[in-house]
Each structure stands twice: as structure tokens, then as C-alpha cells.
Ligand binder design. Sequence first.
Ligand code: OFO
Length: 165
Amino acid sequence: MIKQSIIDALNNQVEMEAGASQLYLAMASWADAKGLEGVSEFLFAHSDEERMHMLKLVRFINERGGMAIIPSLHMPKQDFNNLHEVFQMVLDHEIKVSEHINQIVDLTLAEKDYATHNFLQWYVSEQIEEERLARIILDKLKLIGDDKGGMYLFDRDISTFNAEN
Ligand code: OFO
């Protein structure tokens, strides 16, 4: 039977993934309104992925005999100065998520919960990818600076950054 301490930690993670999904949705909508079509598609998809991360946790908690808690939603930031701010926030958020995942992994070892430990390995790998991608994007934005032509190409090509590196 899964321990309450693990259920609580996983439920906190449900809330974090839901928060990430909302934040990226707000960013996607902002980019959409600004006419940044490629960036908005990228962020809409990223928001969906975070919701999938949340659902995976909800199902796991329930399958293991716990009870998933579906959290209320906080209004995320709605307005951003530029894409650099957006993707810096993405990276900062992903680093925070990775730290939380690592803390739960530590807890599963302390509680000898090897099933949850195994389940969380998917999230550990996913976080490495997500942090890597956010860093790649930020590096590109730093190179572009304020160059409008560069920004046009960035918006056009953002969907390919993942595969390319
Ligand atoms: Fe990118 O946060 Fe989910 O795991």
C-alpha cells in the first residue's frame, strides 16, 4: 500500500504540473495575440504536455490505492515584455519542477517505495529534455537580440529546435 507521505508528495506534483500547463497556456495565448504563430503553437503544445504529465500522476496515484487531488487553478502571469522573458520563465519553472521531482525520488528511497521510484524515472528523463530545450531556445534568443529578421526566422523554426540538437 502506498504511503501517505508519498501520496502527498505526488499530489503536490499534480499541482505543479497543472500550474505549468496554465502558465504555458497563458504564454501561448500571449504569443498568439502578438502574431507569433510558431512560438504560440510550440507553447500550446507544451501546455498540453504538462497536462499529460499531470494526468499520468493522477492515474498513478489512484492505481496505487491513493486518491489524487485535483487542484484549483491560479491565474498565471498574462503579459510578458518579450520572448526572452517568456523562455527564461520556462527554464526557471522547469528547473523548479526538476528539483521537486528529485525531492520525491529521494523520498521514495527513504520510504523504500520502489514502484513509485521506478515510475518517477520517466519524469527525471523528461525534465532533462525540457531543461535542455529551454536552454537551447534561450541561447538562440540571446544570439538574435533585437534583430527583427532573426526573430522572424526564430518564430518560423522553433518547432524544429528539438529535433535538430
Ligand atoms: Fe515540464 O514539467 Fe512536467 O514534468
